[in-house]
Design a protein around this ligand. Sequence first.
Ligand SMILES: [Cu+2]
Length: 354
Amino acid sequence: MRGFKSLFGLIFKASPFLFLLFACYPSHKQSTFDPQGPVAQGQAELFYLIFWVATAVFIIVVGFMLYILVRYRKKEGDVDPPQIHGNTKLEIALTILPIILLAIVAVPTIKETFANANSPDPNSLTVEAIGHQWWWEFTYPHPNGSGDRIVTANEMRIPSDTVVNLELRSQNVLHSFWIPKLAGKVDVVPGNTNKMWIKANKGAEGIYLGQCAEFCGVAHALMKFRVVVETPEEFNNWLLEQDADGFNSADPLAAKGREIFEGSGQCYSCHTVKGLKKARGKKGPNLTHLASRSHIGSAIMENNQENLRDWIKDPDKIKPGNIMSKEGLIYTQDELALTDGQIAALVAYLQSLK
Ligand SMILES: [Cu+2]
């Protein structure tokens, strides 16, 4: 009992500081209180409506209760008050009032739900987002209308002021697609295509963080992604660049790295680099234009020489349990392990993939 009391006392004393535990302030990178597009905006407005209705109910009910508790507390010499049963008027009022309050909340909720489910422009750009363990693949329709898809990973670029229709698929288990500043979560379900749409406001060009929001295995917390919002022109240029083959660098170190990539490094068995004959693996992210992405490891660390080296040397240290280190023979069989020289060449090659 004493332990319980002191725990309660501690929680009570700490309560004014509890807000520090919550990361819900607008400038936080994954805050839903700083909407940058109409979907997130509508959802935030709905939140505020429900929040204020609930707050009003809380204040009135708890205030009234406290008042009664104090005003009619038992005093010395009190006798039991007369016992009454039921009050029809009060009961009718207490039934109708919540119905009105719930209607105030329900009507905009249903409206918002339908607005989120139905894209205002189904013919606008459609991006496919595929959840893998533990990274995201994004594919785009070819601008020439050929039906080919342009494939990238972990960094989704979208044009501002444009409706983007998303088709969410999973390659394995349940995931959830969430870009807090652009839209609420939608589940990504194996064997089923879920749809959602997003739009970033005009002038909202910048980088937004996304995150898998459904526990999907050991590296779930490190399954992030980035959304780069660009002007439509910049976006179109980027898309054409992504369509090109991987750069064939003449730099001798990068050329050596390319050989290892398609040879003893066995990278080709899991990674695609467009234009490289053997490199058509699908188990890992498409690396054709890896150097154009700002982060690696599904957006968990900066894409630079040092981090690339650390990643290839021991991916498990950075992202425990990931498939590259779990299934790559170069990591599971000691005699196939890469030397530091081979890794340096691979890094030079990856950095040439602009
Ligand atoms: Cu997850």
